[in-house]
Design a protein around this ligand. Structure first.
Ligand SMILES: Cc1cc2nc3c(=O)[nH]c(=O)nc-3n(C[C@H](O)[C@H](O)[C@H](O)COP(=O)(O)O)c2cc1C
Length: 200
């Protein structure tokens, strides 16, 4: 499994959490990391053909970013607008991303309890990340359960370190693909007729 991590932070040098994740991911096996701000420059212009070649050379595409105004920083959108082009990612013949996996790694300033109905951010992360989920769906990728680290604006060094290991564990979870987990649960039911009878 070859993983491509596209990191969208306006200034990784000033980042605490995304820098820590970027550094850990850069050391990880079979992972290619790309700092989109450094690559796109102040104009946020990308070499579309090079970016598309890289995408096709990887099985899992990861968007990594801090949550900014309930979305990703603008360099992520600039990259998407340029690289996920008609005839490549969607539209006639636009099937080059089909069958790949798509995963989001995101940090928020707000605490976990704010990202619920009735919390001060009102909506869950699953709801707020819907445009990314639908982008994955339209381009034929399997949307994986995102990794979210909440309350990161004021995180201690220990808390940041903990998110690094949790994030790496999430990335290497063998059952991140929902079909794999579902198949195992179904098999366990088949192997246990008593439980199978109870849930049928
Ligand atoms: C312009 C801007 C917008 C932000 N918007 C949000 C937001 O919508 N929700 C939230 O929980 N945190 C928000 N934050 C806080 C960041 O998500 C948080 O500081 C970041 O995840 C920390 O990551 P870093 O150490 O890599 O910079 C925002 C921060 C900035 C600078």
């Amino acid at each position: 499994m070859k993983t491509l991590v596209l990191t969208a932070h306006p200034d990784l040098g000033k980042s605490r959490i995304n820098r820590a994740w970027f550094d850990a991911l850069t050391q990880a096996d079979s992972v290619t990391t790309r700092d989109l701000t450094a690559i796109g420059g102040s104009e946020m212009r990308f070499d579309i053909s090079a970016e598309q070649t890289l995408l096709q050379a990887h099985d899992r595409i990861v968007f990594q970013f801090p949550f900014y105004w309930y979305s990703a920083p603008p360099v992520m959108k600039a990259w998407m607008d340029q690289v996920l082009s008609y005839g490549f990612a969607y539209g006639p013949g636009g099937t080059r991303l089909k069958g790949r996996e798509f995963l989001i790694l995101v940090s928020t300033g707000g605490p976990a309890d704010s990202y619920h109905a009735g919390g001060y951010n009102n909506f869950s992360m699953d709801e707020l990340l819907k445009p990314f989920q639908q982008t994955a769906t339209l381009t034929g990728m399997t949307y994986l359960r995102p990794f979210v680290a909440h309350g990161m604006a004021v995180a201690t060094v220990e808390q940041i370190d903990a998110t690094v290991s949790d994030m790496l564990a999430h990335l290497t979870d063998a059952e991140l693909d929902p079909k794999i987990k579902q198949a195992r649960l179904l098999k366990a039911l088949e192997d246990d007729p008593v439980k199978a009878a109870a849930v049928s």
